[in-house]
Design a protein around this ligand. Structure first.
Ligand code: GAP
Length: 524
């Protein structure tokens, strides 16, 4: 896929990864020891951006909904939690090794990659035909009638349904047979010498200091949701909540992913932002629809266009869910899951009731009865959201340079409210003390309200470019006129428009343009 200025999608992705490192957004973890696969550290700007996304999520969920309460549960939980939730017995991925390359893969991912190749062939035929037939082209009709394409479509359907059957029935032999029948080769070595498919539990474990052996085995939570379920009554009672109400939390989760690739898309240590909404049984679909709409609105409010987001209904529902949908984002490597919205029935609360022996029920005064509430969950990975935002914001566009000639600039068009640095204060030149003093005093006053930077190194054009590259929405330039009339230039990152303002107006203007309030208000 080609982009503007000839960057293709895989180059774009590589550029984003190296840009993240170069500007201090994301570093490989423990890099001086050659890193640790699928574990990353957030640098100074990455930390700010991540904090801003988390705050946007938190305020939109907790502050804007009077019936949603916050929680910060521990990462370690009583081991029985994971037996009850099903993670000990069923949080597995089907794994396959290649005997020649010694590489390990997820069996279902190998099959999905195979399907993607057929989908690409279909796309190629479709775009060729669309060009040939022009306005008369009807994609669905073409796919149904063109002999080769319709065969591809049918093959995809058959493979998908066999894979779904194998996954649902835990038929590992069937998955292996499918891989062999499709003649799938190891993407690295090209070898077809596969082991059998085995199940692999994704939970990391460690040892509790005071208990020896199996009794002391603890798991690092693979999702934050269970901390919410086990605290359901604590929160309900202390907040005197009536159904429907929700509990929200953000925090680290850990999964021993077999293949962890694509930078911070799939990590072994990551952060989730989850909310469980407790409702009357039978009313879950109403709230499921509400949360679907609200969450999509949340993404769109950040300026992500409709064409880059879509809903994807789950083909196979987990045994505890009666509805589930993903919000997918068009990452540089294609549409992939960004967030899940799941109607989880009363499965988790009932299981915790069974395993703990404690009653986890709600007394509904209106109905005058006790019941186990149903749960609608929204669950999004903070790191994945970070990557989505960065992929959308990273752009190379053409702007006039100091001499008016067109030049390419690299810019992060982040939503101003989420940008790590809100404004930069720049004296026009460095070696004029009156200018630097004035600029510093503006900076020292603004830093009480915003994350801002002071920069006096290099020519002004280069400083603008540096701020563009980290997504700073506004630059304030202090020049010789400023010494006479206390005015400064406010330069806007995306339009490059420059506006003259009195110093006393600067803080108010930046506040209005970069405030999280504006973003939150657009959700109403
Ligand atoms: N409580 C439900 C739950 O955990 P999930 O679909 O397994 O559902 C929810 O995960 C979200 O967490 C995903 O949509 C994704 O954004 C994020 N996520 C899951 N695994 C991840 C990983 N290995 N690395 C980064 N983010 C991940």
């Amino acid at each position: 896929m080609q982009l503007k200025y000839g960057i293709n999608m895989s180059d774009l992705f590589k550029n984003i990864v190296s840009h993240s490192k170069e500007y201090g957004f994301v570093f490989p973890s423990s890099e001086i020891y050659d890193g640790l696969s699928a574990v990353y550290d957030y640098g100074p700007l990455g930390t700010l951006l991540k904090n801003n996304i988390r705050e946007y999520w938190w305020k939109s969920m907790v502050q804007l909904h009077d019936n949603i309460h916050g929680l910060d549960a521990a990462i370690f939980m009583a081991p029985k939690t994971w037996k009850a939730s099903g993670h000990v017995d069923a949080f597995m991925d089907p794994l396959i090794d290649n005997k020649d390359s010694k590489k390990r893969y997820r069996a279902d991912v190998l099959i999905e990659d195979y399907l993607e190749k057929i989908e690409k062939k279909i796309d190629k035929e479709v775009s060729k035909a669309a060009k040939r037939f022009g306005d008369d082209f009807v994609e669905e009709k073409f796919k149904a009638e063109h002999p080769r394409v319709s065969r591809y479509v049918q093959t995809i359907g058959e493979i998908k349904s066999e894979m779904a059957r194998c996954l649902n029935e835990n038929d590992l032999k069937g998955l292996g047979t499918l891989i062999n029948e499709l003649d799938i080769a190891d993407p690295v070595s090209g070898s077809r010498n596969w082991t059998e498919v085995r199940q692999f539990n994704l939970m990391f474990s460690t040892q509790h200091g005071s208990l020896a052996g199996g009794d002391g085995k603890l798991y690092l939570r693979p999702e934050t949701a269970q901390g919410i379920f086990v605290n359901f009554l604590n929160v309900a009672n202390t907040t005197r909540s009536r159904i429907p109400f929700g509990i929200a939390q953000t925090g680290k989760a850990f999964r021993n992913e077999i293949i962890a690739r694509q930078f911070i898309f799939r990590m072994r240590e990551f952060e989730q932002m989850e909310m469980q909404y407790f409702v009357r049984p039978g009313e879950e679909m109403k709230y499921y629809e509400y949360w679907k709409d609200f969450r999509m609105k949340w993404h769109r409010a950040m300026g992500i266009p409709e064409s880059k987001l879509r809903f994807h209904l789950h083909d196979n529902l987990a045994h505890y869910a009666n509805a589930a949908v993903d919000i997918e984002f068009d990452f540089p490597f294609g549409f992939k899951e960004l967030e899940g919205i799941h109607s989880r029935t009363d499965f988790d609360l009932k299981k915790h009731q069974e395993f703990s022996g404690k009653k986890l029920q709600y007394f509904d005064a209106e109905l005058n009865k006790n019941y186990t509430p149903y749960v609608v969950e929204t669950s999004i990975g903070l790191d994945r959201m970070f990557l989505a935002l960065l992929s959308h914001a990273y752009q190379e566009d053409e702007v006039p340079d100091a001499d008016g000639k067109a030049s390419t600039r690299l810019v992060l068009k982040l939503p101003p409210a989420l940008a790590p640095v809100k404004c930069a204060v720049l004296p026009l030149v460095k070696n004029k003390e009156e200018l630097t003093e004035k600029a510093r005093s503006i900076f020292n006053s603004l830093r009480f309200s915003f994350d801002c930077q002071y920069d006096e190194k290099d020519a002004i054009g280069r400083r603008y470019r540096r701020q563009d590259a980290i997504g700073t929405p506004y630059c304030i330039t202090v020049d010789f006129e400023s010494l006479e009339d206390d005015s400064v230039t406010l330069r806007e990152r995306d339009s490059l428009e420059q506006q003259r303002l009195h110093i006393s107006e600067v803080e108010g203007v930046i506040r209005e343009k970069t405030s999280l309030n504006t973003l939150l208000r657009s959700l109403q």
